[in-house]
Design a protein around this ligand. Structure first.
Ligand code: ADP
Ligand code: MG
Length: 316
């Protein structure tokens, strides 16, 4: 291999918006035959929008959104950003700054003991002082199954969760005092370039697989929108299990490229034969990857593979 040709390849890569960690990575880029795609932020925009709040019987949708938003304001997941933004937006005009009887400013929420559980949800103790009397509540927002595991009664909201998921949405449940209080329904459209990029990857002989922590309904909707077969969809995969899925594919003889953007993708990116990070993603993902798609556009993935194949043909 002549170093000059390799440098030409990597230089062209930079023009295409692909950053490569080193020229030796071109070899693996050429050889991969399976491409595992993270859903949220890779195939989809990763900017979720809250489209509905379904209160449990007897609950108030505005309060569900407000308390869920208070906790999610401290988290970074796309679900959290959408819920916090909607809560901030829909909040009634700022109330006059005053101090309640307990010293908490009226109209503001204070969150203590915040915890984020990757792939599951968040919790925190929220003190609201709307009436001037502070009330502390342990609020949980996350997957219905995760709440149920913690003893929360989710029976009153399972129908709403199932309906939203069946419809291709992401549904998280807000709960306090041991009971589900409402369902937050979110949507995350696929990026306009994702379907063409998946078709390109396929035309290069790669088999696309969708891997996500999200529910099966949302995963299938995204997969169908970009032309990935239902049997190649792996949904509700915990962050730690993303690695296991990559290893399973490798054990079956596949040479696996993984494309992702999140903290929860980093280990799988490092395990894959070739890791590709979205440039719009987290630093952890970029550090774990071999290649970075600078513009966060999946279309650069097939371009990088084509370039690697062409470059190595020149060298040989
Ligand atoms: P993905 O692979 O789609 O990025 P994650 O593994 O990060 O998904 O999350 C899986 C699921 O866990 C989400 O679809 C959501 O139901 C739940 N979840 C994760 N983080 C949060 C959060 N901050 N608030 C509520 N739910 C969350
Ligand atoms: Mg993601």
């Amino acid at each position: 291999a002549t170093p000059t040709a390799l440098l030409v390849g990597t230089g062209r890569g930079a023009q295409l918006g692909v950053l490569i960690k080193g020229p030796e990575i071109l070899e693996e880029t050429r050889r991969v035959d399976t491409v595992v795609l993270d859903k949220t932020g890779t195939v989809t925009q990763g900017r979720m929008a809250l489209v509905d709040v379904v209160p449990a019987p007897g609950e108030d949708a505005a309060q569900v959104l407000q308390l869920a938003g208070a906790v999610e304001a401290l988290a970074e997941h796309p679900v959290a950003r959408a819920v916090a933004a909607a809560a901030a937006e829909r909040r009634t005009a700022p109330e006059p700054v005053a101090t309640g009887a307990d010293g908490v400013p009226v109209g503001s929420d204070e969150v203590r003991e915040f915890r984020a559980d990757a792939g599951h949800g968040v919790s925190g103790v929220v003190r609201t002082a709307h009436s001037g009397v502070g009330l502390a509540r342990r609020v949980l927002v996350g997957r219905a199954g995760w709440l149920a595991d913690q003893g929360v009664d989710v029976a009153t909201v399972t129908a709403a969760v199932d309906a939203a998921e069946h419809d291709g949405a992401t549904a998280v449940v807000a709960a306090w005092d041991g009971r589900a209080r409402g369902v937050l329904v979110l949507r995350d459209p696929v990026k306009p370039t994702s379907a063409a990029a998946v078709a390109e990857l396929r035309s290069l002989g790669l088999r696309p697989v969708l891997l996500t922590g999200d529910n099966r309904g949302a995963a299938l909707a995204a997969a169908r929108a970009v032309g990935i077969a239902d049997e190649d969809v792996l949904a509700q995969v915990l962050p730690a299990d993303k690695v296991a899925h990559v290893e399973r594919l490798q054990a079956s003889g596949a040479r696996v490229a993984m494309v992702g953007d999140g903290v929860n993708d980093a280990a799988a990116l490092a395990t894959a034969d070739l890791g590709l990070a979205m440039g719009t993603g987290t630093d952890v993902a970029i550090e774990a990857a071999d290649l970075t798609l600078v513009r966060g556009d999946l279309a650069a993935a097939p371009q990088a593979i084509r370039l690697a194949r062409r470059t190595l043909r020149v060298i040989r």
